[in-house]
Ligand binder design. Structure first.
Ligand SMILES: [Zn+2]
Length: 300
């Protein structure tokens, strides 16, 4: 597999507000974990009249830290990348406190099956006040945010570009410390790869994921991130060519080096690839649809 040049070095001072670029400050919530790495990084854009991206989990200490960080300023926009519990729950409380609107995708994500909890969890109640359109721009003094729809991790995922710094707040779409979980039915590998290409084409200077440090060389990182998925797809096709028909047979071979307790999650990742291969007509399923139980073979 092509190695991804992961970046994992990050100074974490929970609750403190840290200036991380001329226009960007960050506050990290104390919710570290297997899916959130060192916790949710909340980004504050601008000075005086500011935007907040992904207010994060609904934790009292975190809300207090955000209010302290924003004291004396006016929050004009709250943006949400997607409806997961480590990103969106504090959006409405913060917007109510600030007297502004919550912007995000109007798309409602499907619930993750409970047997494959590979994420911090769905925030099924999340609805924006103001639905975003792809390409919509929002302005404050000295800053311009552009919404970029990036479905894949969830069907309603949106990244936000900060045009003045040619930077992208990449949410969970691109993470420096890890690959992203794509879990059907809401997660869609075909959409995901298209969204990676969409971000790649913009040639951003810096990516600011919600979890972990920034990616300061996005082009080679995204190339490796995309190649990693295509390598996985090639492995699946090799398994089919070797006569394996079931996802549950392929995973112990493909993930032989991985702790078997992680194999159920790996099955869902392979399912995400299989759904893309079926959708593209490369692979046939005996049931006509991609599922964990189906038998697969090369099409044609
Ligand atoms: Zn997420």
């Amino acid at each position: 597999m092509a190695p991804i040049p992961f970046v994992r070095e990050i100074d974490v001072a929970y609750g403190a507000v840290v200036q991380v670029s001329p226009l960007i400050r960050r506050v990290i919530a104390r919710n570290p974990g297997p899916f959130t790495y060192t916790g949710t990084g909340v980004y504050i854009i601008g000075q005086g009249e500011v935007a907040v991206i992904d207010p994060g989990p609904d934790l009292d200490a975190h809300f207090e830290a955000l209010k302290a960080a924003l004291a004396g300023e006016r929050v004009t926009h709250v943006f949400v990348t997607h409806s997961h519990l480590d990103h969106s729950p504090l959006a409405h409380p913060l917007a109510r406190w600030a007297g502004c609107e919550v912007h995000g995708s109007a798309g409602i994500a499907m619930e993750t099956p409970s047997d494959v909890r590979m994420e911090a969890g769905d925030d099924l109640r999340f609805r924006p006040d103001a639905p975003i359109r792809d390409g919509a721009r929002y302005e404050g003094p000295g800053w311009t945010i552009e919404a970029i729809e990036t479905p894949g991790h969830t069907s309603n995922h949106v990244c936000y570009a900060l045009l003045e710094e040619n930077a992208l707040f990449s949410g969970d779409h691109v993470m420096g410390w890890s690959t992203t979980v794509i879990s059907p039915p809401d997660g869609d590998m075909d959409d995901y790869l298209a969204s990676l290409e969409k971000v790649r084409a913009r040639e951003f200077s810096t990516l600011w994921p919600t979890h972990g440090p920034p990616v300061t060389e996005p082009a080679p990182f995204l190339d490796a991130y995309i190649a990693h998925r295509l390598d996985r797809e090639a492995q699946i096709l090799a398994q089919l060519d070797a006569g394996q028909t079931k996802i549950t047979q392929m995973v112990p071979v493909m993930y032989a080096a991985v702790d078997s307790r992680l194999h159920p999650a790996a099955c869902h990742s392979v399912l995400a690839h299989m759904a893309r291969l079926v959708k593209r007509g490369v692979v046939d399923s005996d049931t006509g649809a991609a599922s964990l139980e189906a038998a697969y073979r090369r099409a044609g």
